[in-house]
Ligand binder design. Sequence first.
Ligand code: CAA
Ligand code: NAD
Length: 306
Amino acid sequence: SFSTTASSAHQQPTISRITVIGGGQMGSGIAQVAATNKHEVTLVDVSQAALDRGQGYMAASLKRVAKKKYATDEQAQAQFVDEIMSRVSLSTKPTDAVSRADLVIEAVVENLKVKQELFAQLSKAAPAMAILASNTSSLPIGKIAEHLDDASKRRFIGLHFFNPVPQMKLVEVVRTSEADEAVVESAVAFVKAIGKSPAVCKDTPGFIVNRLLLPYMMEAIRLLERDVASAQDIDTAMKLGAGYPMGPFELCDYVGLDTIKFVVDGWHASGEGLAGNPLFAPSKKLDELVKQGRLGVKTGKGFYDY
Ligand code: CAA
Ligand code: NAD
């Protein structure tokens, strides 16, 4: 029976089928973790080559996990990897791939227009009750959902994972002012079911972690620009003096300098409430490195050579 005051929590199906759009660094990690925790996963990318690459990331990461789990037993290691990989199907057709999904997680390139166009299609192709989520690092969730119908806005949230996904325990669950409470609850339950810890927060630029992490990274770059210390010494200082697993320059290289530049430039120019904030002012050093194609670990060079 229906009540006008009851939330739709009871109508929100348990999440078992996940479709992940974008099989790069993040999407392949999300697919891997969901499949490891017994979900049926479809991973989507633009080409077979991109899917092969994503599958390669998953296999390599799962092999590391398997080696830890079954130290000397190679057969058990292979079985572990195969069993998890058997729950992941691959597709280049996003609308087909979401047709039976309980949850769609988008992890494509950090570009508002691309994400908006994608969700315009996905919101029509996915079942009406399916939760729609973006893994964006810096774009407002409400902005990505801006052109969707009201019902789709109510089932649209942020699910922000951290790099490397198999290792990092946090997922930020980003609640827009329009999101249905039942959808947020269901997403929180999903995050726990895949062995991660949720932190629920409002839809503000950078959510929690990146709002604190980006100023830290940019301040480290400015220390270097002022020649206070070398990148190595700053990294050593933060690892040994503050207990961080990576120093700020190692972390910048790990995340990708292009991504960091995209985020701070976007916020400095137009981010709600962040426009003109000196914490996000452009850095000559960062701009130069990006211009030279030194994007970090992924291109073999960044602040460091790899
Ligand atoms: N897959 C599976 N297992 C992995 C793995 C992966 N990708 N990475 C590490 N492991 C496991 C392995 O078992 C590994 O042992 P082996 O090397 O024997 O296989 C074990 O973890 C230890 O790993 P490492 O020796 O490489 O290093 P570590 O103990 O220092 O851990 C780390 C690595 C977890 C990445 C750690 O350095 C760390 O926490 N770094 C900071 C990462 C961070 O801050 N991420 C957030 C970035 S910001 C972001 O993501 C948001 C955004 O929007 C930009
Ligand atoms: P990536 O470049 O490794 O992967 C992006 C993938 O998306 C590529 O395989 C690309 O082919 C695919 N793609 C692009 N357009 C597509 C489309 N229309 N349909 C299907 N696939 C498409 O990038 P990434 O580092 O995995 O980042 C993905 C998202 O996750 C971004 O929004 C990023 O801001 C966010 N994020 C990144 C990090 C990080 O540390 N790298 C951390 C958290 C969140």
